[in-house]
Design a protein around this ligand. Structure first.
Ligand SMILES: Cc1cc2nc3c(=O)[nH]c(=O)nc-3n(C[C@H](O)[C@H](O)[C@H](O)COP(=O)(O)OP(=O)(O)OC[C@H]3O[C@@H](n4cnc5c(N)ncnc54)[C@H](O)[C@@H]3O)c2cc1C
Length: 564
């Protein structure tokens, strides 16, 4: 060795390794990675919905989002954001309270991307017909990319109607929360380029009192009390309910005050959740937190209702999206993995399973987007659409959130052992699947809301049935089930105890109607046979003979899946 020896000289002394010297075993018969397709342009059903709903104006944006959510990069970000979960920094090193939540950088990158697409905002900013539907497509895409971020995005979207009940507050806060420039800083809004809204609509333990001699809409109040579930506690602003001496009231509460200090919102701890782990959900204590009253005191329920149907719609969309992602993954996996000398998808029983799952994706997606359009039509003051929204939103929320759990489980099982391993996305989707069913009212509460809508606004039944009857004559099984549903709705009965049953019947009839109107005959035939006429079974994968299973699978396959 001399002083002039270089690294190149050193490595030149090492003999070359045999080509396979690094491998410990031969890697064989593994599925190929499933990235690089476009979750919008590759999705035939979504493309048809976009055409039918005249979303041409949004297509370039949706195609861009579709490429991003299906990219290798987002897969990696989602993985990291869920493995290194948010941490509460309650105090600084000198013992001063901070109440900050620290995230892995992947979270912020995901938020930057999704907010950049307007996933939280498009419905309010586009100024185009079908804006809620187009935003729904963005939500459908991002719920496939990473569900955790969809919580703050959905809450921000649905906060706007409540905010608009108090125009002076909306004038300041609406442009801020609808900004497409994500800013992760824990700082007052005056120092940020954009922010997100959180919401808490459970008020039993929170009270409010005027902060000065002035009380009334837009005035300052002090809020006290505990919130047991409080997602995204690092939000810039919160729509929150609290009780004054005049009743349940709605408030807008900033996360930080203009001098840079935290509002009096103390984060007790973050929840250690089953899924949705990238997102922070906490328990908090308001201790004299400053907030503005939204609308009149005692009108809190009105404000909550202004938001609720949008959050519920977003959960119906989000659950359909989770199924879409899981089933896309399953179809890809069974196409590129072999067993018994054939591709799995060519094994008749596996073909049956994925075809049955694909039916569920089609039905739940059509249902969710029919309601999204109804929200658009309602905004254009269509009275029938408003009735459909009132009854159909809880129906879609209930049913999509019920179906997602079984679908994701079965799609995971299509992957065999690999589905259970955290390297891939399936385990994460599985943990996520039950959550939308709990949020914003779990199953019974939603079914009871359906019963309430039918009892208090009976016209909703007529509007719903009119919608179902659009497919009249298209399939005798649907006609028969619709007749039975009409009779059931007309009969006085034990509606509370049967609320789940009625909700399920409503969902299946509307799904079938949409499928008969819009989907290929192979899909319609299989859906009506198994979901309406009793030829199905409790588990997936029991489609009867005589159906075109392969056509159903091929329709659900991402059109641009390179390995198919
Ligand atoms: C991770 C996470 C984050 C959350 N974040 C937020 C948030 O940011 N903001 C917010 O406002 N909330 C939040 N929540 C709360 C969530 O909306 C509630 O947990 C949900 O609405 C269910 O309410 P609960 O927990 O009080 O259950 P309960 O109301 O006690 O319900 C328990 C069970 O009883 C059933 N049930 C209740 N009443 C009846 C009845 N009359 N008849 C028959 N069955 C009934 C329910 O369907 C459910 O199955 C969050 C929850 C979770 C898990």
């Amino acid at each position: 060795m001399t002083a002039s020896t270089t690294a190149a000289d050193l490595f030149a002394r090492l003999p070359p390794l045999a080509a396979d010297g690094y491998a410990t075993h031969e890697v064989m018969n593994q599925a190929t990675p499933f990235t690089g397709h476009n979750a919008f342009t590759g999705d035939r059903l979504l493309g048809e919905i976009a055409t039918r709903e005249k979303l041409g104006w949004a297509r370039p944006l949706l195609a861009e989002a579709g490429a991003v959510v299906a990219s290798e990069r987002v897969a990696e970000l989602a993985r990291n954001a869920n493995r290194q979960t948010p941490e509460l920094r309650s105090h600084d090193r000198f013992g001063q309270r901070r109440d900050e939540v620290v995230f892995h950088p992947a979270w912020h990158e995901l938020m930057t991307l999704a907010i950049g697409h307007g996933t939280h905002a498009l419905a309010w900013t586009a100024g185009q017909p079908g804006a809620h539907t187009a935003r729904g497509v963005l939500s459908y895409l991002w719920n496939q990319g990473e569900s955790g971020i969809c919580c703050p995005l959905g809450m921000t979207y649905s906060a706007v109607p409540a905010l608009r009940l108090q125009p002076d507050l909306a004038a300041v806060w609406e442009p801020f929360i609808l900004s497409q420039r994500y800013d992760p800083a824990a700082a007052p809004m005056q120092r940020k380029t954009g922010g997100t809204a959180g919401s808490d609509l459970r008020a039993t333990q929170t009270t409010a009192r005027p902060a000065s001699a002035r009380r009334g809409p837009g005035e300052a109040y002090l809020i006290d009390g505990h919130k047991w579930f409080f997602s995204v506690p690092h939000s810039d602003v919160f729509v929150t309910l609290a009780r004054t001496d005049r009743g349940l009231s709605c408030f807008l509460l900033p996360g930080w005050l203009p001098d840079g200090t935290r509002n009096r919102l103390l984060i007790q701890r973050l929840k250690d959740k089953c899924g949705n782990r990238s997102n922070a959900s906490g328990e908090i204590e308001y201790r004299g937190a400053l907030a503005w009253l939204v609308g009149e005191e005692g009108q809190g329920i009105k404000a909550a209702l202004a938001m609720t149907h949008l959050t519920r719609l977003d959960f119906a969309i989000g659950s359909a999206a989770l199924m879409r992602r899981a089933v896309s993954e399953a179809i890809h996996h069974v196409t590129t993995r072999r067993a018994f000398q054939r591709r799995l998808v060519d094994q008749p029983l596996m073909e049956n399973v994925v075809a049955d799952l694909a039916l569920e994706v089609e039905a739940t997606t059509l249902l969710a987007f029919r309601l999204a359009r109804a929200v658009d039509d309602e905004a254009a003051e269509d009275a029938a659409a408003a009735l459909l929204v009132r009854l159909g939103t809880p129906v879609a929320k209930y049913w999509n959130c019920k179906r997602v759990v079984g679908v994701v489980h079965e799609a995971l099982e299509c992957h065999g052992g690999n589905g259970f391993i955290e390297d891939g996305p399936m385990a994460r989707l599985y943990r996520e699947a039950p959550l939308n069913g709990i949020w914003e009212g779990s199953g019974n509460i939603i079914a009871l809301d359906v019963a309430r809508a039918l009892a208090r606004t009976p016209e909703t039944a007529g509007a719903f049935l009119d919608e179902v009857r659009r497919a009249r004559g298209g399939d005798r099984r649907l006609d028969e089930v619709t007749r039975r549903l009409e009779a059931e709705l007309a009969a006085p009965g034990e509606h509370e105890a049967r609320a789940r049953h009625i909700t399920e019947r409503l969902a299946l009839c509307l799904q079938a109607s949409l499928i008969v109107q819009h989907s290929p005959s192979a899909v319609a035939d299989a859906f009506c046979a198994t979901r309406l006429a009793g030829d199905g079974a409790v588990a997936f994968g029991c489609l009867p003979s005589g159906l075109d299973r392969r056509a159903i699978v091929e329709r659900a396959r991402m059109a641009d899946d390179a390995d198919a």
